[in-house]
Design a protein around this ligand. Sequence first.
Ligand code: G3P
Ligand code: MG
Length: 251
Amino acid sequence: MLYTLPKPVIFGHRGACAHAPENTLASFRLAFEQGADAIELDAKLSRDGEVVVFHDPTLDRTTNGTGCVDSKSLAELRELDAGSHFSEQFRGEKIPLLLEVLEEFGKTRYINIELTNYTSPNDELVEKAAALVNSMGLGERILFSSFSAQNLKKVRQLVPEAETGMLALRGLAGFIARNISGRQVAPHAVHPYLTDASQQWIEIAHRQGRRVHVWTVNRPVDLKDLFDWGADGVFTDDPALAVDLRGQMKA
Ligand code: G3P
Ligand code: MG
């Protein structure tokens, strides 16, 4: 499915999180309004095993709650305000369920689900996210990504028609992820950190048959370089800026 998207693909990182509270329905709607081709979101489990969309392991930075996300039930998480930390305009935004995001956008859009059970790697996140995607028949519209090779190996089995992206931390850890985990998983795409992406690096990945989606790219100079170098996609907090630059470079 990804092949039918424009190149380079512009992924709204946590939605359009330069302009709206990250990982909320408001942010995802805005990303698409700004012309993003796809959205990126972070999935993890509540205490009672529901798949919610949230980045940090703890609630403190982006809600009016405190403590670990996985220590709260879904009902407790849904009481929280995930918007007013960003601005008053977004007061009342809720932490979304993955189900809600898939219901609103899944049939018409492309979605990157990052599997973020990094503090509980043996939980049932992968199985539950895969079951949701499969029950809605959305596999071809999903790119699963993770820093965890184990997650990607599992999801390839569970949702064979979905694509996979191996996320790589910056520096040496990223080198190991790309070269060792990358071989184990054989992902469709690699997702390097911005400062690790170079033209040569992109060409090597292409020779290995992998697309390259780079995170998180917000400066015009970096967007232009990556577009010039043939990157297949970028994750950006500001989809409007990236869409505009891509248009200028194609003109
Ligand atoms: O998928 C790109 C990016 O989201 C990975 O890092 O920490 O923003 O989830 P993070
Ligand atoms: Mg992410």
